[in-house]
Write a protein that binds this ligand. Sequence first.
Ligand code: FAD
Length: 400
Amino acid sequence: MSQVWLPSLKNNSLAFSVRVGGSDMFNRFHVKDTVTIDLREIAHINVDRESQTARIGGGVIISDLLRVLDEHGMVAPHPIISSVGFVGWATHGGYGLLSSEYGMGAEQILQAKIVGADGAVRDADEDMLTVIRGGGGALGVIVELTVRVYPLTQLLAGFIVYDSEDLPMTIRRYNDAYRQQKEAGIPKELNLFQSVTNGPIGKAMGVIFVWASSDFDAGQKWLSIVSSWSPVAMSTVAPTTMSVFNESTKTIAPQSAYGKSLTLSLRELTPEVVEIICKHASFQPNSPATIFGMHELRGCAPQPPLNTLIAHRHPHFVMELLPTVRDPDLLDAAVAWAHEFYEDLMKTDPANIMASTYLPLTEPGKVNMKGIFGDKYEFLKVMKHRHDPDNVFKHALVRL
Ligand SMILES: Cc1cc2nc3c(=O)[nH]c(=O)nc-3n(C[C@H](O)[C@H](O)[C@H](O)COP(=O)(O)OP(=O)(O)OC[C@H]3O[C@@H](n4cnc5c(N)ncnc54)[C@H](O)[C@@H]3O)c2cc1C
């Protein structure tokens, strides 16, 4: 099919964008006056337990992937929210709740089938794979990835919401304890995603707790430790499967909302940074869709010997400021909150702020491709010139 559609779009000078989960924060899956190629029908998932790999169609959505993997007693690193597309997540880096144990999404990619600028489907060679591991659809439309998957039938997972009557105090207390615990050591099986959300008990600080191991005795011990970092108001942590738990994350993010994201990446959550978070958490609008959260890539995250475009592989935190709202009348206030928060974070120790930001969440006006790809930027440019000299894939997120 691809041999037909791509030349025909090119011959008619029709530009196009690619859509799967439709989760891009800046709607880049849909570009005015262009054709949108929706890949969601390329939805095959073939799991090979023996080689611990899975072939995943270019249009697969996370909830479907995790359900099929569950049936095989397997898991794979994935984003928190179930409606996100797997390829769009994995090929732009991919932070998730299993990163500490298995690494980033892009580091799971072993093979790829790609529709190149000439319209032919081909297996990506090693150099193309390097670009696909971080550069998304810069070289073509990805119709299939072969990725690593891991045996895991049960885990302990859920939401811990801390008593947040004094929200700054809660955030401070949690992060002091977390910093100390990190120095003492945190096992790779434990993954935490810290956030401030407007949930059932009002605005509160909480964590997503994932113990990715069937050693529940050790998991319960770590649950007690994390629960002791500040008084707990509510906890849903229980034995579950990844697929079932992932479905429950639907309650965090709205199906649709107005807004955008602001992001920056920091090497450490220093006391200075935590104070800024405390200050702006107090002002965070009370709209249920407005969220502040942070992914963490810990030092223990294994790094397979694969070439990638990821320049920011040392430990860091990705700040996600999401001034998203369901009621458009509330948008200006939410955006103002996020901008002030962002500006204050940018005034903290410059040595702690990374040049690289997480591309999918970076505002188009703030994208610095050289900063994002660091010393891999030149290689990306060479590869783009070699495989897509006419810039057929100009609406990919990587734009040179
Ligand atoms: C609610 C929400 C939760 C998120 N959670 C996380 C998270 O936990 N961790 C994290 O790292 N990121 C997260 N993200 C960011 C997300 O991973 C990226 O925005 C990702 O690119 C979305 O892919 P998609 O298919 O869902 O979205 P789309 O908007 O459909 O795709 C985004 C872009 O990716 C490219 N693309 C997608 N699929 C293909 C393909 N098969 N071939 C070629 N190009 C393709 C296209 O350029 C497309 O425009 C989240 C985003 C949202 C909105």
